[in-house]
Design a binder for this molecule. Structure first.
Ligand code: ADE
Ligand code: SF4
Length: 364
């Protein structure tokens, strides 16, 4: 069937002859990129060195910050050879303010290795790229696709989010998810330029398919291919990360009284609640008989014992499951770690962490 000529758009990226009727996923994406892509200096003249430098700078830094550093860097080191012949000190000075200085150090080392082992040209082979310091899986694929137009997908968090919505895919294992994402986009990349295809996905993730509740589906060139947009489930993807499971510890809090004095002890000078004061603790949740036995072992003569109740204290990474007893002693024990203080003083002078507030309140 002959193709009906539709209104012809000027388009340097898309081979319309291949898709005369329907716009394919990749054509929609590449059209959009042609019209809306962000302007970045490394996109104007994407030589392997320029792409490499920009990818290293973009690893942990936002595009807007990178621009001026990138231009300044290239002004001083217009070629990889200039970089290889420089001092590390000077490279780091130009890196000042970008952070993650190992990136600058590795870049300098890699430039020297490229001069020595690859005739001064950024290599194209994956194994060669991976042999250079500072280049990992993501960066090697970004360089191969953007600079060398090789069919690769550089999967980062943005791409995973876009993919998760397009395919309504949830998978907790990040490595598996990366694999699914890569497979999905590789399948969509048919005849387009991998360089534009990858950068279009990057831009889409940063400009349209935004995180949290903010995907701008009405403006999205992939709306017609997006399962989440069809089902109205965009906000369910990607699934919120499960809060990391917190470790649980159980303690029995002993509020020991002798007359109007109460016993506290100082915690270790490092770790959780370092150097703060606490009521003495027994590990685990102890029954009354167990508490009495433990005290007997320390030669403490118990006059009376009262259960104070249970509570929980949640730290950022840990949960304390507490239960406590108020215990009156007949004699003041001589354990050197215990500090006996008047109840009034306890309130004024000692820092007792809020993990113990439940028990502190019971006696004040
Ligand atoms: N992030 C990493 N590389 C990028 C690129 N070439 N364009 C946009 N964002 C990026
Ligand atoms: Fe993301 Fe919406 Fe586009 Fe789907 S249609 S890819 S959810 S912006």
């Amino acid at each position: 069937m002959p193709a009906k000529a539709s209104a012809k758009r000027p388009d340097p990226f898309v081979d319309e002859k291949a898709y005369p009727f329907l716009m394919s996923f990749e054509n929609e994406l590449l059209h959009w990129y042609d019209q809306y892509r962000r302007h970045m200096p490394w996109r104007e003249d994407p030589t392997p060195y320029h792409v490499y430098l920009s990818e290293i700078m973009l690893q942990q830094t936002q595009v807007d910050t990178v621009r001026s550093y990138y231009l300044r860097f290239l002004k001083r080191f217009p070629t990889l050879k200039d970089l290889a012949e420089s001092d590390e000190e000077e490279v780091l000075k130009l890196w000042e303010g970008l952070g993650y200085y190992s990136r600058g150090r590795n870049l300098h080392k890699a430039a020297i290795a490229i001069e020595k082992d690859f005739h001064g040209e950024v290599p194209m082979a994956k194994s060669d790229l991976l042999s250079l310091p500072g280049i990992g899986e993501y960066t090697s694929k970004a360089i191969r696709s953007i600079a060398f137009h090789q069919k690769e997908i550089a999967v980062d968090g943005n791409l995973i989010r876009v993919f998760s919505r397009l395919d309504e895919r949830k998978e907790e294992n990040l490595e598996k998810m990366k694999g699914f994402c890569e497979g999905y986009f590789l399948d969509k990349l048919q005849q387009g330029d991998p360089s534009h295809f990858n950068q279009a996905l990057m831009d889409l993730g940063e400009m349209v398919c935004l995180p949290k509740g903010l995907p701008l589906c009405e403006e999205c060139p992939l709306k017609g291919f997006c399962q989440a947009a069809k089902d109205g489930t965009m906000l369910d993807y990607p699934p919120a990360k499960k809060a990391k499971e917190k470790r649980q510890e159980s303690w029995t809090v002993l509020v020991l009284f002798y007359g109007d004095e109460v016993a506290i002890e100082k915690r270790k000078d490092e770790g959780l609640l370092a150097s703060l004061y606490q009521f003495p603790l027994l590990e685990g949740k102890k029954m009354e008989a167990e508490v009495l036995a433990a005290l007997k072992e320390k030669n403490a003569l118990v006059d009376s014992l009262e259960f104070l109740g249970e509570t929980e204290h949640v730290f950022s990474h840990l949960i304390w499951d507490l239960q406590g007893y108020r215990i009156s002693l007949k004699e003041k024990p001589t354990q050197p770690n215990l500090l006996w203080v008047k109840v009034k003083e306890l309130k004024k002078t000692y820092a007792i962490p809020s993990a113990f507030a439940f028990y502190r309140k019971k006696i004040l």
